[in-house]
Design a protein around this ligand. Structure first.
Ligand SMILES: *[C@@H]1O[C@H](CO)[C@@H](O)[C@H](O)[C@H]1NC(C)=O
Ligand SMILES: *[C@@H]1O[C@H](CO)[C@@H](O)[C@H](O)[C@H]1NC(C)=O
Length: 334
């Protein structure tokens, strides 16, 4: 009898603690909390009122060789008439910081990647060191909000402690095979509750980090084989393949719950003619054919998520307005 009683108490306790640690969309609310398991579009908007966001993210070395290649993806306008922008995750080694400063001046977002392309031994020190270098190049580090880990190898608690100590707001290093179908894709969420989803490489935080966001990267798929970044997809060999790969992924986001499509562009993908041209064609096509599709930075996307604004009101949505100094001011250095 005593044993049975203990068992009931134990089950009761387990159930209680489980409920305690499950995210409830009624209490975890915007602007600083969003549940992974929230089935709604932010603001409970209808699909038809929701912009499809494309996050073009570029990573690694920013120098004279890459800046022209990378900026060739942004010669387009958004439906509100403002230029399209991307998020550049910078590696220290090999980077020309004056070019990074010019990208920031043009309205692109700057984020942290790595010192030398490898995972850091000490995330906090690496992030701090990158912020110092960006700051001494004249970049306002208050505008540096996010991190992309090399190889999409998300760094668990250590990484998130580093984000917190340095005032960063989000990670975009968790690729997910599981949440990658039209029906399972998710909007960015916060780590107020753990565990988050399984990441393909590395792991998310084991402890909660309230208010820290994850921009999940849904795996792409080519011939039934999943791949987190386009350059990792096997047998994508022509411009048409590159276009189809990106368009198929876009379509899954668009016909699903319109979660932002995070496109990971690394030097390998940007440098090959066929993949770069297929990507440009894809971006041109969606911008011409979809009047509800915006190519914005991650911080702009986060501003929208925190303040969900229907499509009809977007022309006056301040965070997506044109930056004051939108002229291209960088001079390529070779
Ligand atoms: C890639 O293409 C080759 C040649 O068509 C084929 O044999 C191979 O199975 C393909 N690999 C994948 C992963 O699709
Ligand atoms: C959208 O605009 C309409 C008309 O100006 C306004 O009444 C409404 O409150 C706005 N909605 C949001 C969410 O901004």
């Amino acid at each position: 009898m005593k044993t049975l009683f203990s068992l009931v108490v134990l089950v009761g306790l387990f159930k209680y603690s489980f409920q305690q640690s499950t995210c409830d969309p009624k209490t975890c609310v915007l602007p600083n909390c969003r549940c992974l398991n929230d089935p709604n579009i932010p603001g409970k908007l209808n699909v038809a009122d929701t912009p499809q966001i494309i996050l073009v993210t570029l990573e690694n070395v920013i120098n004279g060789e890459y800046v022209d290649i990378y900026t060739s993806f942004f010669e387009l306008k958004n439906p509100n008439g403002c230029p399209t922008h991307g998020t550049f995750f910078v590696q220290d080694s090999g980077t020309t910081y004056s070019l990074v400063a010019n990208l920031a001046k043009d309205g692109h977002e700057i984020g942290v990647f790595s010192l030398d392309g490898n995972l850091p031994n000490d995330w906090n020190k690496m992030i701090k060191s990158m912020l110092d270098k960006l700051s001494s190049s004249g970049i306002d580090t208050k505008s540096v909000k996010g991190l992309r880990a090399p190889g999409l190898n998300i760094g668990g608690d250590e990484e998130f402690i580093g984000l917190g100590l340095n005032g960063l707001q989000y990670d975009s290093s968790c690729a997910s095979a599981e949440l990658s179908r039209q029906e399972t894709m998710v909007w960015p969420f916060t780590y107020n509750f753990v565990p988050g989803p399984a990441c393909d490489i590395g792991s998310g935080p084991a402890n909660p980090f309230p208010g820290k966001w994850e921009f999940l990267i849904s795996d792409m798929n080519w011939n039934g084989v999943p791949c987190a970044t386009p350059s990792a997809c096997i047998n994508v060999t022509t411009k048409q393949d590159a276009f189809d790969l990106l368009f198929n992924t876009f379509r899954d986001h668009y016909l699903g719950n319109r979660s932002p499509f995070t496109l990971v562009i690394n030097p390998q993908w940007a440098k090959s003619d066929f993949s770069r041209e297929g990507t440009i064609e894809f971006l041109q096509y969606v911008r011409a054919a979809f009047s509800d599709t915006y190519i914005v930075t991650m911080s702009q996307a986060l501003a929208w998520i925190q303040q969900p604004t229907p499509l009809a009101n977007l022309t006056n949505f301040a965070p997506w307005m044109c930056p004051k100094d939108e002229k291209l001011t960088y001079e390529p250095v070779y």
